[in-house]
Design a binder for this molecule. Structure first.
Ligand code: BTN
Length: 249
């Protein structure tokens, strides 16, 4: 197993992704994992903040050094999301769906997300850091909690299960699965079908807000590289980045 050969554990850190990137620049080997109980500058996609009460969640970054074009790293997000979904399902009775491009959903609410960031040298990928945030033992329904404002759109495994879950067990399950999927990815395996089987909003009318404008149509799947496929009036659009909402029809 490559992942977890080195594990750095922090009680408090700015962002595990930033720390993994710093270690990567110093030459840390593939498979290095950074874990934290608390982040003071946790980040989500599109520069959003990632909040989690201390000691409640999985805040983890995994350093990978695949031979891959920088533009293909969504494949790493794909395998990380699948590993997390399968790990949660192995340890709980919950079912996990994936909201393109990087979200883990349980019963229609977000329970976690993946943030993959890269370091490039020239036009080559030097490293990728796959950041994993999962709301494990957070109580979003606690009215005293500063997190309660998130309870409309976010949930936690605790809120869905009604009991707390061992974070070390979940971390181990995720790393073992991610390790196997990473090996298969390098052998050329496609994760398209596995992703589509969990894709939230599959075959639904969606609106995708992309950096270059809005795309309306039916979400019909993802391609091998993890781009979203949307059937529009003018044909099938391949969407590389964006935010998906259900279309009000
Ligand atoms: C998202 O849903 O937008 C992605 C969230 C990713 C959060 C994780 S927590 C561990 C790692 N460190 C960070 O600063 N972010 C990621």
């Amino acid at each position: 197993m490559i992942l977890g050969r080195r594990i750095y554990y922090h009680r408090v850190i700015g962002s595990t992704n930033d720390e993994a990137k710093r270690l990567a620049e110093e030459g840390a080997p593939e498979g290095t994992v950074v874990l934290a109980e608390e982040q003071t500058a946790g980040r989500g996609r599109l520069g959003r903040r990632w909040l989690a009460p201390p000691g409640s969640s999985i805040l983890m970054s995994v350093l990978l050094r695949p031979r891959m074009e920088p533009g293909r790293v969504q494949k790493l997000t794909m395998i990380a999301a699948l590993a997390c979904a399968e790990a949660i399902e192995a340890l709980t009775p919950l079912q996990v769906q994936l909201k393109w491009p990087n979200d883990l959903y349980v019963r229609g609410r977000k329970v976690g997300g993946i943030l993959t960031e890269v370091g490039v040298r020239g036009d080559r990928l030097n490293y990728a850091v796959v950041g994993i945030g999962i709301n494990v033992n957070v109580d979003f329904s606690d009215l005293e909690s500063p997190m309660v404002f998130l309870s409309v759109s976010a949930t936690s495994l605790y809120n869905e299960l009604g009991y707390t879950l061992s974070r070390p067990d979940l971390i181990r399950e995720i790393l073992e699965r991610l390790d196997r999927k990473y090996a298969r990815l390098k052998e050329g395996h496609s994760f398209k079908a596995e992703w589509e089987s969990r894709l939230l909003n599959l075959n639904r009318e969606v609106c995708v807000i992309t950096p270059t404008g809005e795309i309306e149509g039916v979400a019909i799947g993802v391609n091998e590289d993890g781009a979203l496929l949307v059937r529009t009036e003018s044909g099938i659009e391949t969407v590389w980045a964006g935010d998906v909402t259900l279309r009000k029809v």
